[in-house]
Design a protein. Structure first.
Length: 257
């Protein structure tokens, strides 16, 4: 068993506390940006405007993630206190909301430059596992999104939560949604799936949803939501919807001429 007593604050600059979660966002986006520019993008036109796209992307992630969290996971609370939606420093981001935000931001940017939005979405899909990996590690350090009670040898006691031994579900997600998903998508990218923009994006939705649905069996449901239907969590229900969307998108893109 491992004792998790990490401080969520990485370091302080005067009275400002810099949290691990903030660093995870910065590192994840920075490495994803470099990965796209140095390894993935071959079209000079895309390369020339990619830095501008990152600005749209960051806004989409933050707004989508925050609004998605308010709508999907705590609608009643934020309905009564809408101003707190803006207080992102208090925590609470939805991955699926972030995906929707990225799609909208990519659509706006693509329309502006008259480029197929799936070219950008495929790049995001290929690099997103990097950010997911660091994000889940930050969740582990922060003692949030922790797992269900267990007696497995690798269980973790989150001191900030309670003295119960739990699954380190954040690390399961970091491995599956970060490391494994990264190599799966890169494999398909090298198999020339990028020739039909949108296929890589659809595969991202499919595999992420499958991994997330599986790990949710080991992750504690949100205390204010609990289980939804037949012991399935809200995260699993949303993942099922995204799995269907990803599958339909893959079929459509595969059959495009």
């Amino acid at each position: 068993m491992f004792i998790n007593n990490f401080d969520p604050v990485a370091f302080q600059i005067f009275s400002l506390g810099i949290r691990w979660y903030s660093l995870a966002y910065i590192v994840g986006i920075s490495l994803g940006w470099l990965y796209c520019k140095k390894r993935l993008i071959k079209d000079q036109r895309i390369l020339d405007i990619f830095d501008d796209y990152i600005t749209y992307l960051i806004i989409g992630i933050i707004l989508g993630g925050r609004i998605g969290y308010a709508l999907f996971y705590n609608f009643g609370y934020y309905l009564n206190k809408p101003i707190e939606i803006l207080m992102v420093w208090n925590g609470g981001m939805s991955f699926h909301g972030g995906v929707i935000g990225v799609i909208i931001a990519s659509k706006l940017f693509s329309n502006k430059h008259k480029i197929n939005q799936f070219i950008f979405l495929d790049l995001v899909a290929l690099s997103a596992p990097i950010g997911i990996f660091f994000g889940r590690i930050a969740n582990f350090i922060n003692s949030e999104l922790y797992g269900r009670a267990t007696d497995v040898p690798w269980s973790v006691e989150f001191v900030l939560i309670d003295n119960i031994k739990r699954h380190p579900s954040q690390l399961y997600e970091a491995f599956l949604e970060g490391v494994i998903l990264f190599f799966i998508l890169y494999y398909f990218f090298k198999k020339n799936y990028q020739k039909k923009p949108g296929q890589v994006s659809s595969l991202f939705l499919i595999f992420y949803s499958l991994f997330r649905f599986f790990v949710e069996f080991y992750r504690s449901p949100d205390s204010h939501i609990g289980f939804i239907i037949v012991n399935l969590t809200l995260g699993q229900m949303i993942s099922a919807i995204f799995l269907i969307i990803g599958t339909l998108l893959f079929i459509v893109k595969k059959n495009e001429i």
